[in-house]
Design a protein around this ligand. Structure first.
Ligand code: DGY
Length: 325
């Protein structure tokens, strides 16, 4: 529906976006891509575009919107999370926003399971023992004992699409009970056999706590020293959401002092984490560099959905996954 003589202009903020998105957008639009994942490059190229394909953890804020100009009315972010986007500023300017929920649920839930198992069974500590020649020739029936998943109580903080996919996967491990917390009890929770509880109950009763809620002003630093002190000493803490939900200093202290057993983190503060960071020195912390959605199929699906949302947005059709109406 776009005219040949007046093709919409799109900025793709990152050159590493899967080709499927460029193929789709280039069929209908004039596409410019930032060559480099930096604000400077994006600011230099954003002027005059009709839409922005946001594929970066950089902040999309007033400065970028001002630089784009008042004709810019559509943003698609290639992510489920949109805490890096100034939603209020977009709304104020009548700009549409779409994200990529659902398509990444399986991949992110897989990473949550991976971290749960790895942290419970001391994967990092075991590897360090091997590297440091500490694997004793005498078999130690009491050495390197981990925590069982079977029979455990798993607490999910935020039973959205990803939280539900995590429960579905962990059911195969014969978990004792699933509990969850959030704003309200959910129909999906009933279907999965998960019980709705308060955050306080979840913290005290869970053997495994998995954070899968979005980062908002409400959840920022929700996991603080007080919460860690209430958790079981044998508990495992997993975060696949956003690092800022956790007071990381308090987490490091809890791991060092044995207030909790172990942690598995796909997200942290800052990202990238400096190689000298305290977290990386802890044998009981399994840490990944934010790989949740990092599979070929998932990234292709996210790119395709973002491009489609943008085309629909600038064509005044309903976007498939708008963040707000
Ligand atoms: C998401 O989609 O929000 C992932 O964390 C990737 O940024």
């Amino acid at each position: 529906k776009f005219s040949e003589t007046n093709r919409p202009k799109i900025l793709v903020s990152n050159p590493t976006v899967p080709q499927v998105a460029f193929d789709l957008l280039e069929e209908y639009c004039i596409v410019t891509k930032a060559e480099d994942d930096t604000r400077e490059d994006i600011l230099a190229k954003v002027k005059g575009v009709d839409a922005i394909f946001w594929a970066t953890h950089l902040k999309l804020d007033k400065e970028i919107l001002e630089a784009a100009g008042p004709q810019m009315k559509t943003v698609g972010t290639m992510s489920a999370g949109y805490d890096h986007i100034d939603v209020e500023e977009l709304k104020k300017r009548g700009i549409k926003l779409a994200n990529t929920p659902e398509v990444l649920n399986p991949a992110v839930a897989d990473i949550a399971v991976l971290l749960t198992l790895a942290a419970s069974r001391r994967l990092h500590e075991g590897r360090l023992a091997l590297e440091n020649g500490q694997w004793s020739p005498k078999w130690d029936a009491r050495g390197m004992l981990g925590q069982d998943i079977i029979g455990s109580t798993v607490g999910i903080v935020g039973l959205g699409g990803i939280g539900q996919a995590i429960v579905q996967r962990l059911k195969a491990f014969n978990v004792g009970q699933f509990i969850y917390t959030g704003h309200r009890e959910k129909e999906e929770g009933k279907k999965l056999g998960a019980k709705f509880v308060s955050l306080d109950t979840l913290i005290k009763e869970s053997d495994i706590v998995i954070v899968s809620c979005p980062l908002t002003s409400e959840t920022k630093h929700m996991f603080n020293a007080e919460l860690f002190s209430k958790m079981k000493k044998t508990s495992v803490f997993v975060n696949i959401s956003r690092g800022a939900i956790v007071d990381q200093e308090a987490l490091v202290k809890a791991l060092k002092e044995g207030q909790i057993f172990a942690a598995g983190l796909d997200v942290m503060t800052p990202e990238p984490l400096p190689p000298t960071d305290e977290l990386l020195k802890l044998p009981n912390a399994v840490i990944l560099p934010h790989l949740g959605s990092a599979t070929k199929q998932t990234r292709d699906a996210m790119a395709q959905l973002t491009a489609t949302n943008i085309l629909r947005g600038i064509g005044d059709e309903e976007m498939f996954t708008p963040v707000y109406e």
